[in-house]
Design a protein around this ligand. Structure first.
Ligand code: ATP
Length: 306
C-alpha cells in the first residue's frame, strides 16, 4: 500500500536588521531583528514510514551537500518533538529537497523544521493552533517561528518572539554565496570578543528601517540595513569585506552580511540591476556562486499531498 504524504515549501530569510544586545547570564544574547523571507525554498516531504523503521531522512537538491542525516538534523528534531507530543506512530519518512544555502545565515535548517511541523499537522489532521506551532518551533531554534510565518516580521527575545511588520512593496536581492559556511556560535563569540570592555545597550527596532518598509522605499531600505554580527563575520572571514565593496561599487542599494553569514545579501533596484551585479560579482572572483531572490515570500505552506 502506498503511504500518504504532504509536501511543504519553506523559505530562506535575510535579516534586514540584526541588533545584538549584551551577553546574558544564560549565555544567550537578547536580539532585535527584522526578518524578510525570500524566494529561495526547500521542499519538505513527510510521509508515513515503514513499520518499525523509525524516522528516516533523505536529502537531495542543489545545496544538499554536508547536511547531516542523523538526529542533529533540525527536521528530525522537529519530527521527534511532534511524535512525542502528539503520540504519533514513530515511523516517518522525511525528504528534503534543498535550495537554501547551508550554514549561510539564511536559516535553511530552521525552515526545514518548520516544514515538518506544518506537514505533520496536516498529514495527521492534528489541528495544532498557530500559537502551539510557534511554541514547538521556538523549542527547536530561534529562527524556526519566523519560517512558519514568512513575510516580514520583527523578532525579539532570542529572535523567536515574532510580530508581523507593516511592509509594502517587493524587493530584489542578489545573494553572494560562499562555499564554506560560518558557525553561528563562533560568530557570536567573535562579536563578544570585539566588543569586550564596551557597554552595549538593549537592542531596539530601527525606526528609519521600519519607515522605509512602510513606504516600500527600496532606496531608503538599502541605506538602513543593519547587522551587528557583520564586523564579527568579516573578522572571521575577511574576504567578505571585499564582497561587500564589490557589490556597493556596482550599484547595489545596500549590502549586508545575512545573519551570522557568510552569505552577503545585496538589495538592488530591479531585475536589470540584479543581472548586472550578478555578472560583476561572478567576474570579480570573490564569490563562489550567486543566487537571485525576491522578498518577501510566504512562510511554510503546503504545496502537495498524496
Ligand atoms: P543558523 O540558523 O544557525 O543561523 P544557518 O542559517 O547559518 O544557521 P543552516 O543551513 O540552518 O544555516 O545550517 C546550520 C548547520 O545546521 C549546518 O551546518 C548543519 O550542520 C546543521 N543542520 C541541521 N539540520 C539542517 C538542515 N535541515 N539543513 C541544513 N543544515 C542543517
Amino acid at each position: 500500500m502506498k503511504s500518504r504524504g504532504v509536501v511543504t515549501r519553506v523559505p530562506g530569510k535575510v535579516n534586514l536588521q540584526l541588533s545584538v544586545g549584551p551577553l546574558g547570564s544564560d549565555g544567550f544574547h537578547e536580539v532585535t531583528t527584522v526578518f524578510q523571507a525570500i524566494t529561495l525554498f526547500d521542499d519538505v516531504t513527510v510521509s508515513e514510514g515503514i513499520s518499525g523503521a523509525g524516522v528516516s531522512i533523505s536529502i537531495t537538491g542543489q545545496t544538499a551537500q554536508g547536511v547531516p542525516n542523523d538526529s542533529s538534523n533540525l527536521a528530525i528534531r522537529a519530527a521527534n518533538l511532534m511524535i512525542k507530543e502528539y503520540e504519533l506512530a514513530p515511523d516517518l519518512e522525511i525528504k528534503l529537497k534543498k535550495e537554501i544555502p547551508v550554514a549561510g545565515g539564511m536559516a535553511g535548517g530552521s525552515a526545514d523544521a518548520a516544514g515538518v511541523i506544518v506537514g505533520l499537522d496536516s498529514l495527521f489532521n492534528l489541528g495544532v493552533s498557530r500559537a502551539d506551532m510557534e511554541k514547538f518551533a521556538s523549542q527547536i531554534g530561534s529562527d524556526v517561528p519566523f519560517a512558519l510565518s514568512g513575510g516580514v516580521a520583527i523578532g525579539t527575545g532570542r529572535g523567536d518572539q515574532i510580530t508581523s511588520a507593516l511592509a509594502k512593496g517587493s524587493y530584489t536581492w542578489v545573494l553572494a554565496l560562499s562555499s564554506q559556511g560560518l558557525s553561528t556560535p563562533a560568530v557570536y563569540q567573535e562579536c563578544d570578543r570585539l566588543r569586550e570592555g564596551l557597554s552595549i545597550a538593549s537592542p531596539q527596532v530601527s525606526e528609519p528601517l521600519m519607515q522605509a518598509l512602510r513606504a516600500g522605499d527600496a532606496k531608503a531600505l538599502g541605506k538602513s540595513l543593519l547587522n551587528d554580527l557583520q564586523p564579527a563575520a568579516c573578522s572571521l572571514r575577511p574576504a567578505l569585506r571585499l564582497v561587500l565593496d564589490v557589490g556597493i561599487d556596482y550599484g547595489a542599494l545596500g549590502g549586508i552580511v545575512s545573519g551570522s553569514g557568510p552569505t552577503v545579501a545585496f538589495l538592488v533596484a530591479d531585475e536589470d540591476h540584479a543581472m548586472d551585479l550578478a555578472v560583476a560579482l561572478s567576474s570579480s572572483g570573490v564569490v563562489s556562486s550567486i543566487a537571485r531572490a525576491i522578498g518577501p515570500a510566504q512562510g511554510a505552506r503546503i504545496i502537495d499531498s498524496f
